[in-house]
Design a protein around this ligand. Structure first.
Ligand SMILES: [Zn+2]
Length: 369
């Protein structure tokens, strides 16, 4: 096998990105599939295919002999040719997953973090965790990078953690830059919920419409998939869904306002009334639907998944009843298909998309196989 480092395998060419996007979304494909999906010329596609085979990213997988016309070579992705590690940084835990080029999660490990951990403590924990994961099957040379999904607010564009809620030592920390230096790997930093919705979009494929991933884990956040891409907002700070007000005279929230969804939900959950907490969350979700007209709502986060059926029932009922939707408006409500791994898996997929696809568009092309 060709041994190449992450640096030289970075696919700069747009054509390569297009062909890889097809290869990663279709199980098998032919040159004509790519020509049809991308609009590239057959000659251009042949060139790119030859390069991708040389890099070990795809392989010839037989010949299809149609009744009429010439036989066609069939190609397939080589999923284990590249991997990415995804990290979900929460207030008390660090979860790492190993994901292959096809988006399959291979390993998942969670470790506790010290209360109020510092950037240095996180870097050390990442370093140990990555060494362990990369050691499985000696993957270092096939490791594309590290994706970090983290508590916000953060500035995705500049790789800065602005003021992670509930973590004292995280004010304007250039995490992407210091992690790249410390770990010797390309790093992609995003909000936890945005990473999470990317994973869901990847798994659901081209039919995934406008959607939100609602995460309840310490706080409440929302990740958005709008118009076929992750929506981050003007300052890459979209998703502070927990800090929308649902009770004008409600208790004071960590953000300084009164009656935020997060604090009202938290009070109910703290009192042990999970059914009420779930109804509070459901009100917030319906507010979102009224604002954004979403096709899918995905529920995630450790605190929610612990009572998954209660939350699923409350949100499903509220979406059906409160939204007063006409029958031409339908919204699916589901638990995350990746469970507790969804944030870390999405962070890893963002790295793979950036290097072996078209960033922001997990499914830019509808392809047959
Ligand atoms: Zn608040």
């Amino acid at each position: 096998m060709t041994r190449v480092t992450a640096d030289v395998t970075f696919l700069r060419g747009y054509n390569q990105a297009l062909v890889m996007a097809v290869g990663r979304t279709a199980r098998t494909f032919e040159r004509s599939t790519v020509v049809e999906a991308t609009g590239l010329t057959p000659q251009a596609v042949s060139k790119v295919i030859a390069r991708l085979i040389a890099d070990g990213l795809i392989r010839p997988a037989g010949v299809r002999r149609p009744g009429i016309g010439k036989p066609a070579v069939v190609y397939a992705l080589v999923p284990d040719s590249r991997y990415a590690i995804g990290a979900h940084v929460a207030r008390r835990t660090l979860r790492l997953v190993l994901v292959d080029l096809a988006g399959t999660v291979h390993h998942s490990a969670v470790s506790p973090m010290p209360r109020d951990f510092t950037p240095e403590q996180l870097l050390d924990a990442l370093s140990v965790g990555i060494d362990t994961m990369a050691g499985i099957g000696d993957l270092r040379s096939r490791l594309t990078g590290l994706g970090i999904g983290m508590i916000g607010p953060l500035d995705h564009a500049n790789g800065l953690v602005r003021d992670a809620h509930g973590l004292r030592h995280w004010h304007d920390v250039p995490l992407r830059e210091i992690a790249e230096k410390h770990l010797g790997l390309p790093v992609h930093l995003d909000k936890d919920v945005t990473a999470g919705i990317t994973a869901e979009a990847w798994r659901h494929g081209a039919t995934f419409g406008d959607a939100a991933l609602i995460m309840v884990e310490s706080g409440i956040g929302g990740g958005f998939w709008l118009g076929g891409a992750a929506h981050r907002g003007a300052h890459t700070n979209a998703g502070e869904f927990g800090h929308t007000v649902v009770d004008l005279t409600g208790p004071r929230c960590v953000c300084g306002r009164h009656g935020c969804l997060e604090i009202v939900h938290h009070r109910a959950a703290e009192a042990g009334d999970i059914a009420h907490a779930a109804r509070v969350l459901a009100v917030g979700v319906v507010n979102l639907l009224q604002t954004l007209d979403l096709a899918h709502v995905v529920l995630a986060g450790a605190d929610l998944l612990r009572h998954s059926q209660t939350y699923l029932a409350a949100v499903t009922e509220a979406v059906g009843a409160d939204a007063r939707r006409a029958d031409w408006l339908s919204t699916t409500v589901a638990l995350s298909s990746l469970g507790a791994d969804v944030i870390a898996a999405g962070a890893a997929m963002q790295v793979l998309d950036q290097h072996y696809g078209i960033p922001e568009l997990a499914h830019p092309l509808i392809v047959g196989s």
